[in-house]
Design a protein around this ligand. Structure first.
Ligand SMILES: [Zn+2]
Length: 214
């Protein structure tokens, strides 16, 4: 999980919220153009990776995710701090149903058990071995929330394990022939946005791997 630093909401969204009829909290009432602009702003804010699994969202379908479900927290339906972008999390097999991330989480929310990408140390809740698995940290303060988050969002399913393993393997391959100092520099690069404002997909797993196994 990669920390998301929230920016300012788009002015089109603010203006629409101020103008909306009867201060509706119905998500379906949002104007398509306002929603599209909001979606793009959130994607940019996250560096084009899923808020939960870290998969690439560039060119892939995604949705605006309500961290605290809008069915339970209606007053937060249009609260920018509650919005992020999740991948669709669909199975590869047909019929394609959501098997991980936002749609899998659905209406689940427990404040002490769902790790938020908006807390700066969210990456510290998880371990990423070379196998591609995601595991809860051994840190007792964080272990239970990490475990529940992995389970409820199905972050350790084989599809995601395979994708993370490939990402780690590719990052390892890129170290071939580099000095130790160059490898450290490369590792630091995964923590940052690239020139196009994007993170490397699964950068949290790659960063963890470099920090712990190099
Ligand atoms: Zn995802």
């Amino acid at each position: 999980m990669k920390y998301i630093q929230k920016c300012k909401e788009p002015s089109s969204f603010t203006e629409w919220k101020n103008r909306r009829t009867n201060k509706t909290t119905l998500w379906t009432k949002i104007k398509q153009a306002v929603k599209s602009n909001l979606h793009e702003t959130l994607l940019h804010e996250q560096g084009y990776i899923c808020c939960y699994c870290g998969a690439s969202l560039k060119g892939n379908e995604s949705h605006i995710e309500h961290f605290k479900p809008k069915s339970l927290y209606t007053t937060l339906t249009f609260e920018y701090m509650n919005l992020m972008i999740s991948c669709q999390g669909e199975d590869e097999e047909k019929p394609r149903v959501p098997v991980h991330c936002g749609h899998k989480k659905n209406n689940w929310y427990e404040e002490d058990l769902l790790v938020s990408p908006l807390i700066s140390n969210c990456a510290d809740f998880f371990k990423y071995p070379a196998s591609g698995e995601i595991l809860p940290t051994d840190d007792l303060d964080k272990n239970l929330a990490a475990k529940e988050t992995i389970e409820k969002l199905a972050l350790n399913i084989s599809k995601l394990q395979d994708m993370r393993r490939l990402a780690i393997d590719a990052a390892l391959l890129a170290t071939d022939g580099l000095t130790e100092a160059e490898i450290q520099l490369l590792a630091q690069g995964y923590e940052q946005l690239d020139a196009n404002g994007q993170y490397t997909p699964f950068c949290a797993a790659i960063s963890y791997f470099f920090k712990n196994y190099f």
